[in-house]
Design a protein around this ligand. Structure first.
Ligand code: PMP
Length: 377
């Protein structure tokens, strides 16, 4: 009964772990800030709902919000205006819209390995063929250009990039971003750049793909930026002719994004109470804590994540990531097996540090106890 393209995709490994967890488990599995949205944003949402903003709005989003988003991109490309922006019903929807809007059936799409769980299934749902490219730990989770040159074919349509990365926390240096642009230009590829973690950077400097080439589509989200994962709001930035085309797909998926959520986000972008900065400072402290603690546990090795809020330690315990994650789950700790993000995630666990320091300490204690029992065999 179900279409072939749907039979080819599965529910992500992250969700499976979450849904199988015992009550009161320490959840370092899901990637969402444990903060509330900033108070001015919550207030603006309530006000919008009370003041009648409860109906459909323009498909591409409220003009004022599109304008406010465009202003964030002007320093990357001074030509950026509201016509480049489409407000979506989350980064996830933005990624799906990009896939449906850019990939033809039979096209090949280069997707990161390890990489976020939606890129390959979205390519499949659009009838395209995901082709994983390696981000090896030994290369600090950056691409191997010789391999990319081997993987690219006349059927390759797009390159998906994600810096800072989920799950590795790696940040592409400017030189890597520029080389990727050159690679895309040379092979006539469109770049889908998932920049949802752009504000969460601890080491080095974030380099956006926007403003470097007309062949870039940026996918972004307010989920992490404003700690409002449940509100479902994101955006796409693309050249204006492309934005018109992507908006057509977006219209057919959801007609328009949530009107009151857009009013709230607009308030959040225009009146910063400092809540976002405080959240980032807390993430920075947790990142120090988790990296230090993980590297003290025998059998674990963790490269400090430069951005996002994930640690991606390598383990040298027996068993696959799923087996280790299942055993940790039985001890009350939710993690995500690295292989959920592709073959190069094998031997890794992903731990989100968007959880309180107390929860992180409890999680580290479970890992320490597990490491002792693994050593005993
Ligand atoms: N891209 C990446 C890399 C993510 O980690 C996430 C959320 N986990 C998303 C996109 C989608 O975020 P949302 O749908 O909440 O906007």
């Amino acid at each position: 009964m179900v279409a072939q393209r749907v039979r080819e995709v599965e529910i992500s490994g992250i969700r499976k772990m979450f849904e199988a967890a015992p009550p009161n488990a320490i959840n370092l599995g899901l990637g969402e800030p444990d903060f509330d949205p900033p108070p001015e944003v919550v207030e603006a949402l309530c006000e919008a709902v009370r003041n009648g903003m409860n109906h459909y709005g323009p498909s591409a989003g409220l003009p004022a919000l599109r304008e406010a988003v465009a202003r964030r991109y002007v320093d990357r490309d001074p030509r950026t205006g509201r016509e480049n922006v489409v407000i979506t019903g989350s980064g996830s929807e933005g990624l799906m819209v990009a896939a449906l809007g850019l990939y033809d059936p039979g096209d090949e799409v280069l997707v990161p390995n390890p990489g976020f769980v939606l890129y390959a299934p979205h390519a499949r749902l659009a009838g395209a063929i995901p082709v994983p490219y390696s981000l090896p730990e030994t290369w600090h989770f950056t691409p191997n250009f010789a391999e990319l040159e081997e993987l690219v074919s006349p059927r390759t349509r797009a390159l998906v990039v994600n810096s800072p990365s989920n799950p590795t926390g790696a940040l592409f240096p400017r030189a890597v971003v520029e080389k990727l642009i050159d690679f895309a230009e040379a092979h006539d590829l469109v770049i889908v750049s998932d920049e949802v973690y752009e504000e969460m950077v601890y080491d080095g400097e974030f380099t956006s793909f926007w403003g470097r080439s007309d062949r870039v589509v940026v996918v972004n989200s307010f989920s992490k930026m404003l700690a409002m994962t449940g509100w479902r709001l994101g955006f796409l930035v693309a050249s204006s002719p492309l934005a018109v085309e992507l908006n057509k797909v977006h219209y057919h998926v959801m007609a328009c994004p949530s009107t009151p959520a857009q009013a709230a986000v607009l308030a959040g972008l225009s009146h910063d109470s400092g809540a976002r900065r405080r959240m980032l400072e807390e993430f920075r402290a947790r990142r120090e804590l988790i990296t230090r603690e993980l590297n003290r546990i025998p059998g674990l090795r963790c490269v400090p994540p430069a951005g996002a809020f994930y640690a991606f330690p390598h383990f040298s315990w027996p068993g696959s990531g799923s087996e280790v994650a299942q055993k940790l789950l039985a001890r009350g700790l939710i993690t995500t097996p690295g292989e959920a993000f592709g073959s190069l995630g094998t031997g890794h666990l992903r731990l989100s540090f968007a959880a309180s320091r107390e929860k992180l300490r409890q999680g580290m204690a479970i890992l320490r106890a597990y490491s002792r029992s693994a050593a005993r065999g």
